[in-house]
Design a binder for this molecule. Sequence first.
Ligand SMILES: *Cc1c(COP(=O)(O)O)cnc(C)c1O
Length: 490
Amino acid sequence: MSPIPETVLPTSSQLDKARSSLVKTLPREGLGEQTALDHIRNDICPALNNSSKSPNYYGFVTGGTTPAAAFADNLVTEFDQNAQVHLPNETITTDVEDRALSLLCELLDLEPADWKHKIFTTGATASNILGLACGRQYIIEEAARRNDSNCILFKASVAQSGLMQAMRYAEVDDIRILTTVPHSSLAKAASILGLGRDAVKLFGRKDKSHKFDMTLLEYELSKHKIASIVAISCGDVNTGFYATTGAEMSKIRKLCNQYGAWLHVDGAFGLMARILNSDPSSSTSILDGVANIELADSITGDGHKLLNVPYDCGFFFSRHPGIGLEVFQNQGAAYLCTSPVDDNAIISPLNIGLENSRRFRALPVYANLLIYGEEGYRKMLWEQMELAQRIAEFISNHEGYEVLPKGNHPDNVFIVVLFKAKDETLNDVLVTRINETSKIYVSGTVWDGEKACRFAVSNWQADAEKDIKIIGDVLERVHADFLVNSLRGS
Ligand SMILES: *Cc1c(COP(=O)(O)O)cnc(C)c1O
């Protein structure tokens, strides 16, 4: 195992050196392996950040890579299997993928047999695209079925006839994605899929909580000639808060059944809290936030975040293999045909996902799941939550800082801590001051119209005892330096 680096960012001179060393034009004759690799090792590597190698990098939700996952990922590269077609007599690749996805379901307390359409993706953004694409297909078909516009059901397939024709056949005027505190990738997915970013509509309560205004939601779902996808933010990326309680999930499921809507959950990092299910000491607001998530039609998850496998790895689960096959069917290439579909056969990934040729990204996940198991991942998450809660406590008790949303109790913190400096002048430069220490790294964001700072604890090496000291020192020093400088200035 490599030692934990002292700093999280390269210096500006390392960056400058690397930038000026980049080869400007394509070499006419190759430089040769020795020269090229020396350049990569000596010039480029020092200018990469330690977002994965250091547990003190708290930007975005980054995760790291366990040694086992790194080893497995190197094997993936070495053997370079193409995980697109299920070829059981030729390679074990798709069997491993299928098994890894089942084990992953178990880890997240989901019944593998309920999620027949499951696939690894490049990340949660791709999984959200899959979720909205399946949702779009389903809600238009469902609208046609309900209109009883007989014999036009087959024409109301977005996959076959295209969005505009299918909507005409189904007599649907508009498609909406109803949500609260969505991740930015949801609007991106809506844009890519021809639904448009404006289709994403927020139905949060007036009290600015993350929960739905259920009355408004029901009213919107009941609108005539509008087909809807409800998207649940199972973990808002700014605060880590959950958009639903278990009771609200049941209610939303019923509403979706009633009005023919699709229920999608974006659980990129928040889903992981489901491994706490059997732990009675966990905060009820966190347990309740992931309760009844299994009522969804589709679920987005991320591997390269809390599973601590390398980029690029996300996953997607849906209950509706028929819809998945309709949308993603790679028709018309005889040489890619696979054995006839029986109910328990592994479906060729190219027919239920975005890509045709794909990396064998299941192997690092399989490795980690075997090595850590349920208990190992639970311990890892406990340590990450412990650290996040201690950061929140430190901030709450410090005269110069405050946690956001105001009054948020450390016990409600999952792995994300949002905060600001009380003094506006310091708050304006807080992210820069913290990150220029290079001891830790935080993300900047905006909360309630003001600049804010955010810790996301997600690395497998998190060590609450050790890391809180490093973080406390940095926050203390940044605040003390600010006080000294403002005294000098006045
Ligand atoms: C990180 C994240 C995404 C996007 O994930 P990528 O892996 O970066 O594509 C989507 N939704 C949520 C809630 C996230 O935290």
